[in-house]
Design a protein around this ligand. Structure first.
Ligand code: 6PG
Length: 477
């Protein structure tokens, strides 16, 4: 038993993670349901480091030094439970099971509790960065016990991505399901980022009249400024790609129906449960859903729209600058909403998540890595109790500077009939927060009218009801 870590589940993510550990000098035990994959890995990449191929669960467990560190990289849901059921009886007190899949945090909480009773540490761990990240350094979001992090942390720090300042993109996020919760929120933000970029693209195409290659260049310019991020970078790559078969822009030959595996949807479902308004993230999930309703879209194509008007050359360039402002302001809002959700989850489950640290470990390796995240860390470091990112003076100032353009862009989208649910929802959220009065007062009046649901007054304490069906006197209830 000489392996410091074992990986079971050797599909591409598991395989790359195992190679990453091995390349960093760890001896890695390997296991897969079908042994052919295990042997294929050793055959292909055996010279990258020390691997111990195990054909059976027993041999795999026996290969691990104690306390054992066993990483499971299988599909979230039932397959994960099945693997836990297979291995848990073979483990001993103090051993660790690390679940690196995109598990639902509620499942992670359940598994952690069950395994804790057996003395096993269950470490639900968010891993972001796709295949490339798993191999060369992902952003890692481990939950679970402090003791497990003490044993595992140094290894994760070694294999993780490093931010520009050299800091490893991993931290102990918090107990039990905290890691998977934060990974879920990461993905929700990822959905919002992607949707906002998509809207910017569509506006540049339909309103400004730019071609995909021209838009790729615009994104490249933006990527040199405050929007500098992995997603903007790959967007330019995708947009400039030409389909070999047809010679058309790649983006024009791909079916425009976005798929999803569920983490974005969970972010919204959980936000609804926690009562957190993540409207921008929700619109991103709904936008994918709308896109997938092919029949509904087909039967709606005849619906009337405005007369389109493409801008002239100079106007187009000025419009592109405004779209950058709208994108940036909307991005601040999505992160504000995502961090609000993490704060609410942390509060609900007593996780004590350090929001500044979360932003810091997202600076490298993960899909939403961006220069911008440094600023979020800075904001929370300056004010750990910051109620919202919009309460940070620098972000507020930036939005103040962007807001005229942001409003113009949303207005142009509306008059031109280009759907921008992300930009519009972000702006509505911003305006709702700043509003002196909201029509919620009227909602309360309506609720009291039809259901005697009562209301509070602005001028004195108490709970009131108006006798709407009678003489409209107000009674205190
Ligand atoms: C990551 C990603 C990854 C996720 C994909 C696909 O952080 O590396 O978030 O975990 O699986 O991005 O997500 P959808 O299929 O839901 O778009």
């Amino acid at each position: 038993n000489t392996a410091q870590i074992g990986v079971t589940g050797l599909a591409v993510m598991g395989r790359n993670l195992a190679r990453n550990f091995a390349r960093n000098g760890y001896t890695v035990a390997l296991h897969n349901r079908t042994a052919a994959r295990t042997h294929a890995l050793v055959e292909q990449f055996g010279d990258e480091g020390d691997f111990i191929a195990a054909e059976s669960a027993e041999n795999f467990v026996a290969a691990l030094e104690r306390p054992r560190r066993l990483v499971i990289m299988v599909k979230a849901g039932d397959p994960t439970d099945a693997v836990i059921k297979e291995f848990a009886p073979l483990l001993e007190e103090g051993d660790m099971i690390i679940d690196g899949g995109n598990a639902h945090f509620a499942d992670t909480r359940r598994r952690e509790k069950e395994l804790r009773e057996q003395g096993i540490h269950f470490v639900g761990t968010g891993i972001s960065g796709g295949e490339e990240g798993a191999l060369n350094g992902p952003s890692i979001m481990p939950g679970g016990s402090k003791e497990s992090y003490a044993s595992l942390g140094p290894m994760l720090e070694k294999i993780s991505a490093k931010a520009k300042d050299g800091a490893p993109c991993v931290t102990h996020v918090g107990p039990d399901g905290a890691g998977h919760f934060v990974k879920m929120a990461h993905n929700g933000i990822e959905y919002a980022d992607m949707q906002l970029i998509g809207e910017a693209y569509q506006l540049l195409r339909d309103v400004a009249g730019y071609s995909p290659t021209q838009i790729a260049d615009i994104f490249r310019t933006w990527n040199e400024g405050r929007l500098d991020s992995y997603l903007i970078d790959i967007t330019a790559e995708v947009l400039s790609h030409v389909d070999a078969a047809t010679g058309k822009p790649f983006v024009d030959v791909v079916l425009d129906q976005a798929e999803q595996k569920g983490t974005g949807r969970w972010t919204v479902q959980i936000a609804l449960d926690l009562g957190v308004p993540v409207s921008g993230i929700a619109e991103a999930v709904f936008a994918r859903s709308v896109s997938g309703h092919a029949d509904l879209r087909e039967s709606s194509r005849h619906l009337a729209g405005p007369t389109a008007r493409t801008l002239g050359k100079d106007e187009a360039a000025a419009f592109a600058d405004r779209v950058e402002q709208a994108l940036y302001a909307s991005k601040i809002v999505s992160y504000t909403q995502g961090f609000h959700e993490i704060a609410a989850g942390s509060e609900e489950y007593g996780w004590n998540v350090d929001l500044g640290k979360v932003a810091a470990i997202w600076r490298g390796g993960c899909i939403i890595r961006a220069a911008f995240l440094d600023r979020i860390t800075g904001a929370y470091e300056a004010q750990p109790q910051l109620p919202s990112l919009l309460a940070d003076k620098d972000f507020a100032d930036e939005i103040a500077a962007a807001q005229d353009d942001w409003r113009d862009v949303v207005a142009a989208a509306v008059t031109q009939g280009v759907p921008t649910p992300g930009f519009a929802a972000a702006l509505a959220y911003y305006d709702s927060l700043r509003a002196e009065r909201l029509p919620a007062a009227l909602t309360q009046g309506q609720r009291d009218y039809f259901g005697a649901h009562t209301y509070h007054r602005t001028d004195r304490e108490g709970t009131f009801h108006t006798l709407w069906g009678g003489d409209k006197t107000e009674i205190e209830s």
